[in-house]
Design a protein around this ligand. Structure first.
Ligand SMILES: [Mn+2]
Length: 373
């Protein structure tokens, strides 16, 4: 099956043992379709059915796909075993306030350094991450747990390597972890309830800028969308929550960030410093979306937004062409992501930020030159 998001299986109730559409194994080294097979489906389902306490964290600096895919996997774990205990968790304690509309988000534990009751966890599900290291502070505090307990990975990012896992469900051709979970529901025979459909729509919409970016995967993406609407997803609620309703803080911080935006060659960049947050009274997350707005500016090869921490920077990167592979660029700094959308963190102050920016400009100009040359 060439499409990553064909939902044919989602409309047929297959038993977990009869995944007729299980695709062939493929290399996950670049954008490619699903990597799992029937044995992976069976092993993961049996692990969920037999688990007593499942831990499902989202990633650090979470987003709509991160939160909704964690909550969706919680629903699936409960479908596999109605008696199971599930802990969904925000591993850095940072819940973007704009995502408060997602059904069930209030049930998520926030890890803030205070120990969580996780002693009896016997299964970990890791959605929207290629590796458990992306759980940041939670991973650091519970390294033994992550080393000891079997993990199921469900992701659409290009993996950096093969982290050991009970099962790896990876499809880098789909727009969101949630698209992949729609497919898994079909293969596992988990019915798409309106609540589950709303969750899955949230991540697909969030990761695609409300279906503006479908990464060459239009038809299967819209088939999946149709299946979710058919299942009773709250389309208006998700679109309002993600796109239309904005926070009062966003007006102030967007003004400040756009006012500071500057060009170097084909790179357009801006920054969120403590001074910006102080002057606007906004939360960092109020500026979510600025980067996608910047990269849509004519003449841009790459856009960057820098978030200043204590002796470190977090960079969020976008590009306008695969010739400027910002995932590869971010990997040089220990980060990663998608070819045209990535991020990383690096230590330092202004000189290090300027050096990073200079390297990004050189990288962008070289990529653009290769493309036109
Ligand atoms: Mn995602």
């Amino acid at each position: 099956m060439s499409h990553g998001e064909n939902v044919g299986a989602a409309t047929t109730q297959l038993s977990p043992h009869a995944a007729q559409r299980a695709p062939a194994l493929r290399s996950p080294s670049s954008r490619s379709g699903p990597t799992w097979n029937e044995a992976d489906l069976r092993r993961a389902w049996e692990a969920m059915a037999g688990a007593t306490h499942v831990l499902i964290p989202t990633h650090v600096n979470t987003d709509g796909d991160g939160i909704s895919s964690a909550l969706a996997m919680a629903e699936i774990a409960r479908a596999a075993n109605p008696a199971v205990r599930v802990t969904t968790c925000i591993p850095d304690g940072k819940m973007p306030p704009t995502l408060d509309f997602i059904p069930g988000v209030e049930t998520m534990a926030r890890y803030t350094g205070v120990p969580l009751p996780l002693d009896d966890v016997d299964l970990i599900i890791a959605p929207d991450v290629p590796e458990v290291r992306r759980f940041g502070p939670l991973y650091e505090a519970y390294k033994d747990l992550f080393a000891r307990v079997p993990t199921i990975i469900v992701d659409h990012h290009v993996p950096r390597g093969e982290e050991p896992a009970l099962a790896r469900f990876i499809d880098t051709s789909v727009i969101a972890a949630d698209s992949l979970i729609v497919r898994l529901c079909g293969q596992w025979g988990v019915p798409l309830t309106p609540r589950l459909a709303t969750l899955l729509l949230t991540g697909m919409s969030s990761d695609s800028s409300s279906f503006m970016r479908v990464e060459g995967n239009g038809a299967p993406t819209f088939e999946t969308l149709a299946a979710l609407c058919d299942a009773g997803a709250d389309y208006a609620g998700v679109m309002d929550g993600l796109r239309r309703r904005k926070t009062p803080g966003s007006v102030a911080i967007w003004g400040a960030l756009l006012g500071r935006a500057a060009w170097i060659e084909h790179v357009l960049w801006t920054e969120v410093t403590p001074a910006v947050l102080m002057e606007t009274g906004a939360d960092e997350s109020d500026g979510e979306g600025v980067i996608n707005w910047l990269v849509g500016t004519r003449g841009v090869g790459a856009a960057a937004i820098f978030y200043q921490g204590q002796g470190s920077w977090r960079a969020s990167l976008r590009s306008t062409t695969p010739a400027v592979d910002v995932a590869a660029f971010a990997r040089q700094y220990g980060g990663g992501g998608h070819v045209m959308a990535s991020g990383c963190t690096f230590a330092g102050d202004l000189p290090e930020r300027d050096a990073f920016l200079a390297a990004l400009v050189a990288y962008t100009e070289a990529g653009l030159a290769r493309m036109s040359g």
